[in-house]
Ligand binder design. Sequence first.
Ligand SMILES: *[C@@H]1O[C@H](CO)[C@@H](O)[C@H](O)[C@H]1NC(C)=O
Ligand SMILES: *[C@@H]1O[C@H](CO)[C@@H](O)[C@H](O)[C@H]1NC(C)=O
Ligand SMILES: *[C@@H]1O[C@H](CO)[C@@H](O)[C@H](O)[C@H]1NC(C)=O
Ligand SMILES: *[C@@H]1O[C@H](CO)[C@@H](O)[C@H](O)[C@H]1NC(C)=O
Ligand SMILES: *[C@@H]1O[C@H](CO)[C@@H](O)[C@H](O)[C@H]1NC(C)=O
Ligand SMILES: *[C@@H]1O[C@H](CO)[C@@H](O)[C@H](O)[C@H]1NC(C)=O
Ligand SMILES: *[C@@H]1O[C@H](CO)[C@@H](O)[C@H](O)[C@H]1NC(C)=O
Ligand SMILES: *[C@@H]1O[C@H](CO)[C@@H](O)[C@H](O)[C@H]1NC(C)=O
Ligand SMILES: *[C@@H]1O[C@H](CO)[C@@H](O)[C@H](O)[C@H]1NC(C)=O
Length: 816
Amino acid sequence: MRESFVLLLSCCVAICTAIDTITISRPIQDHETLVSSGQNFRLAFFSPVNSSDRYVGIMFNIPGTTTIWVANRDKPVKDSTGILSISEDGNLVILNGKQEILWSSNVSNSLGNSSAQLFDTGNLVLTDNSDRRILWESFQIPTDSLVPKMRLSAGGKAKIQLTSWRSPSDPSIGNFSAGLNLFRLIQFFVWKNNEPCWRSGPWNGNTFIGIPGMSSAYQSRLDLVEDNSGSTYFTYNSVNNPALFYYTLNSSGSLQAKVSIGKGDWNVTWSSLKTQCDFYGKCGPFGSCNPRRSPICTCLQGFKPRDEEEWSRGNWTGGCIRKELLQCERNQSSGQDPKQDGFVRLENMKVPDFTEPVAFSEEGCGRSCLKNCSCTAYAYYNGIGCMHWSGNLIDVQKFSYDGADLYLRVPYSELDKKNKDMKAVIASIVVVASLLIAVSAYLCWKWLAKRKGKDQDDKVSLFESAYKVENAVSNSLDRGKLEELPLYTYETLAEATDNFQSDNELGKGGFGPVYKGKLIDGQEIAVKRLSTSSGQGIEEFMNEVVVISKLQHRNLVRLLGCCVERDEKMLVYEYMPHKSLDFYLFDSIKSSVLDWNKRIVIIDGIGRGLLYLHRDSRLKIIHRDLKASNILLDEELKPKISDFGLARIFGGNENQANTNRIVGTYGYMAPEYAMRGKFSEKSDVYSFGVLLLEIISGKRNTSFYHDENDISLLGHAWKMWNKNETAKLVDQVTFHPDMEREVLRYVHIGLLCVQDSAKDRPNVSTVLSMLNSELGELPHPKLPAYTATLGSSKSECSQQRVDSVNNVSLTTVQGR
Ligand SMILES: *[C@@H]1O[C@H](CO)[C@@H](O)[C@H](O)[C@H]1NC(C)=O
Ligand SMILES: *[C@@H]1O[C@H](CO)[C@@H](O)[C@H](O)[C@H]1NC(C)=O
Ligand SMILES: *[C@@H]1O[C@H](CO)[C@@H](O)[C@H](O)[C@H]1NC(C)=O
Ligand SMILES: *[C@@H]1O[C@H](CO)[C@@H](O)[C@H](O)[C@H]1NC(C)=O
Ligand SMILES: *[C@@H]1O[C@H](CO)[C@@H](O)[C@H](O)[C@H]1NC(C)=O
Ligand SMILES: *[C@@H]1O[C@H](CO)[C@@H](O)[C@H](O)[C@H]1NC(C)=O
Ligand SMILES: *[C@@H]1O[C@H](CO)[C@@H](O)[C@H](O)[C@H]1NC(C)=O
Ligand SMILES: *[C@@H]1O[C@H](CO)[C@@H](O)[C@H](O)[C@H]1NC(C)=O
Ligand SMILES: *[C@@H]1O[C@H](CO)[C@@H](O)[C@H](O)[C@H]1NC(C)=O
């Protein structure tokens, strides 16, 4: 009886202490615990292994003590008399039994009435009770762990880094730190006593390119954000349960990703120091490290060890030097024709440190490097662009997959040698190739056999489905990239969207509905489900996966992953809270949200996204279905181009293509495309022009039939422009007389984009510079398309219009 009463009492104590806030009147004693409201994290006194010292830490609220943060790292309480409380001056303090302050949040701007709350993210926040000002937060001074929503930053006044523990039993500051380095490009580093110890390689907008397999290995989305003050932060969002995945810098300097496997145990899913090659600059200057070879260090092609003897003893610190001078380093000698230097391509490389990003196109990247003798190597990487290196090449590694193509400058003799080598290996290539053919034939046969057997695996890999649509992906399919894309299971997506309930439907694309969903961790997504009924669409699906997985731009919607299972094909995108542009633009009430400035930002953003597609990405991509419903708006109403189902990738110098299958949307298709199937950058520019005029006028091109002459928006704009009454064209919701000049320029540019002849239309980069500069005379536009011979073109269009339902992408099969 008595025991159970005591038990009851202690239960009550446990429950009563399960609070998440410390106030001046409610401190935390050594035996007490603070638990965040969602039970993700707790704050308590703890002792590390093999130590009796007491520290205040924040830890995962699961069995065991997996701490993510320690307050009094350097000053432990030596017994169990410690107290965490709010001091008179409003600071969070740790006191020992003698009321000595061992640790303090140490803020000076507190007014003396504050409280500290442990949030569900694991952040302990000290706020001023009178004005709710945040005085201090634990996320600002991390210890060795990074949990979702925490931010690491490189510079400015707030440098936020991880610092290792001294040893597993001593949380005081150790020799290692980890964080961002923004010198020239964004890289992640681990330092040992401020000397680099490990390097991630540059950030390409999505991953660090010096970490092979990065995007598939992570169950989380890494992100770089720039805040209002211009500081760059590194953070991540977990796709799975945020409480059970984190990064930590261990006391030996290895950065690790850990996932909980229950009962307080953790599996390391990735670590920065896996092989000797991961140590920064292992092989010295111009050395290259390959962990699968013995010895692991070799000199780059055209280089030899600086000190042969030390090198052969396994002392690689001296690195390598050129065997032979470059042509450009030699004094101009008389006589024969100098043989030019050139580049050898090294595949799957971790690119060296000390990159200089330069503004050159892919083609210009090598040419400009060749011209400058101090340029020793270059690389071009999607999302980063052109990188040059001068001087020593440090921390180069050869991966077995991923990485970048590094072009190394070598003298002519090395190039020649390469060619000779090539001849020698061609014979063996023939052998290997025939072997490969045999193997793929076998695989194909196996796959067919498997397909015949009804017990086929539920999970069809993307590769297998890729066989079915080989045509769709034949041109420039980058299988590596495709494999990297996270695959979601059908169950995950069904759960996220409440079994694809119609309530969650955001809209209908050309090939199926789009649903809003929420993953278990709360991340919102948009799921595009290709209609199962139509066989049509799979080509577009694969196309979209291939195209968009390669693209990274703030004005393009981001693909998070896909699902190919049970005859289902689904694409998972970031969710855009504000739906699509047409939703606002063509609605008499909602359109008021889009004031003139917002519209300008939208036009500019679409232009930038399009420029990236046409020029700046490694590929040249024609979107072919640019329209208001394919422009999504983010929280700030900034535009993102979506729906790459119809996009086409062009080869290097291809500028125009023909198709028998004309797809697009009525009202946005350039005449040469709609009638002859010819598409090019200029047909996208046409669609952009239509979109621009729609954004300014707030009216659909297609629904523009109020005029007694029954002309289109383009015709109407042309008329108004010629009559000098452009202002009348503008959506009256946004119009202000001050804007007249600007409106005039925008309409003028719009009209230039929709000219009948493709060659008269400017390209996107010209359009962007026209939009962005007030100065400069714009050329006089010619009559817009579809307006010259109103009668005949109208009948052609209305025929197509039959197929066009609710502005959905239509398909017209038409012989040429
Ligand atoms: C703790 O101490 C024991 C015994 O000295 C030792 O075997 C063990 O490795 C230590 N653990 C750690 C993490 O240092
Ligand atoms: C508190 O901050 C002051 C300066 O702001 C600094 O001199 C002092 O060392 C800090 N104390 C602790 C315990 O961090
Ligand atoms: C602290 O501020 C809160 C909210 O303003 C107020 O309710 C409380 O009485 C204040 N406490 C003290 C000790 O001033
Ligand atoms: C930290 O580095 C210093 C200097 O290299 C070394 O003396 C010390 O032992 C190191 N400490 C730990 C915990 O590794
Ligand atoms: C840190 O991680 C590395 C591997 O990533 C491991 O070899 C090492 O033992 C770890 N150090 C400690 C102190 O746990
Ligand atoms: C943890 O790692 C072990 C050994 O690598 C592996 O067998 C096990 O499946 C992993 N557990 C989880 C949940 O990933
Ligand atoms: C390694 O070689 C360098 C010269 O290349 C030399 O200065 C250094 O002392 C050597 N280190 C060891 C440990 O032998
Ligand atoms: C080039 O000429 C300069 C002086 O004319 C000489 O000092 C230098 O050593 C020469 N370099 C080479 C590589 O021959
Ligand atoms: C050549 O490259 C070096 C190093 O990047 C740079 O300082 C120099 O200005 C370049 N020279 C020319 C002519 O571009």
